[in-house]
Design a protein around this ligand. Structure first.
Ligand code: FAD
Length: 291
């Protein structure tokens, strides 16, 4: 099918892009196009205007500091996935990006576009939610920083306003004695996951778990973040340092999640899967935190 008609704008500067968004109702930003173009072709979206930001200079930067990783709106998945400094500062990004679609899609698709698209089955929203990252929104009225906890409003719905462009996203760096892991199950590698989890475990100097958190994808309308510190600590009590039993944490996850069934998986199967993936991810993340 062909997309419905729209007016196409290709601004060269950020100011121009923001002016277009301020002056035109029912406008959509076009970044990598890997989600928007299929939606248009299937006629699931019919914006009157497309604002193609691909020619806007300065939006493709990736900055790594001791605080974390700032990803510009035009940084492609592949660019972020392959960056060694990014992997050193926050290894969870690369771990999650390897599950995002296929290499050709990652060559075009953008990290920030994935956040703005707010698909609850996508990997990066869960990563941003777990790490407590932020999205930087700009409009002709000014800029604001939106916390991950406030950003994802529902399936394909973010806190971005109609005239706002997400100019970047910030992923905090991994703290010392912290381990992360990402696990998901999809019918085929590269498909959206039936369920998935990103996990962060922090240990103290005595090799005991200080905190454990998980963010799930494909089990709710937005990424679902759970604090697993209590059950994780219970799984350590009476055991030697560095040794953990995650059974309680997995049971806690199964109790707390309330996924919807669809044609791919029942709710019960998704819940079961989330528990199994949590066990695996906690094992990996703890090994890294204690290494
Ligand atoms: P676009 O398609 O250009 O835009 C998507 C939406 O976000 C649009 O509404 C657009 O207006 C908005 N938007 C984009 N950038 C901005 C911005 N800077 N400011 C404001 N709004 C913006 N993704 C996954 O996470 N996991 C998968 O497993 C996965 N599998 C895929 C499989 C296939 C076959 C395909 C085609 C895509 C898949 N994707 C998957 C989607 C892919 O990751 C996209 O790259 C991503 O979702 C959107 O990024 P984009 O840059 O292509 O955004």
């Amino acid at each position: 099918m062909k997309p419905p008609p729209f007016a196409y704008h290709a601004p060269r500067t950020l100011d121009e892009a923001l002016r277009f968004l301020a002056e035109h109702e029912n406008a959509k930003v076009l970044a990598g196009g890997q989600s928007l173009i299929p939606l248009l072709n299937m006629r699931l979206a019919a914006p009157a205007h497309l604002v193609d930001i691909n020619r806007v200079a300065g939006l493709d930067e990736v900055e790594v500091t001791s605080r974390g990783v700032r990803v510009g709106a035009l940084a492609r998945h592949t660019r972020v996935e392959r960056d060694q400094d990014v992997a050193a500062a926050q290894p969870l990004l690369r771990r999650a990006l390897r599950h995002v679609a296929h290499p050709v899609i990652r060559n075009r698709g953008t990290v920030v576009g994935s956040l703005a698209h707010a698909d609850p089955a996508a990997e990066l929203p869960a990563v941003l939610a777990l790490l407590g990252g932020t999205v930087e929104a700009a409009s002709a009225r000014g800029t604001r920083t939106i916390r991950a906890a406030d950003f994802f409003a529902g399936p394909l719905e973010s806190a971005l306003r109609e005239d706002e462009l997400a100019v970047g996203a910030f992923f905090p760096a991994a703290a010392p004695r912290t381990g992360t892991a990402f696990a998901e199950t999809a019918r085929r590698h590269g498909d959206y996951a039936l369920a998935g989890v990103a996990v962060e475990v922090a240990a103290d100097d005595d090799l005991f778990v200080r905190s454990a958190r998980a963010a799930f994808l494909s089990v709710g309308a937005t990424p679902v973040v759970l604090d697993l510190t209590g059950p994780a600590r219970d799984g350590q009590s009476g055991r030697p340092p560095g040794s953990c039993d995650w059974t309680d944490a997995a049971a806690h996850v199964r109790e707390r999640l309330d996924p919807e069934p669809d044609i791919h998986a029942s709710a019960a199967y998704r819940r079961h899967l989330a528990g199994v993936l949590t066990l695996r991810a906690l094992d990996e993340a703890t090994a890294e935190a204690l290494a």
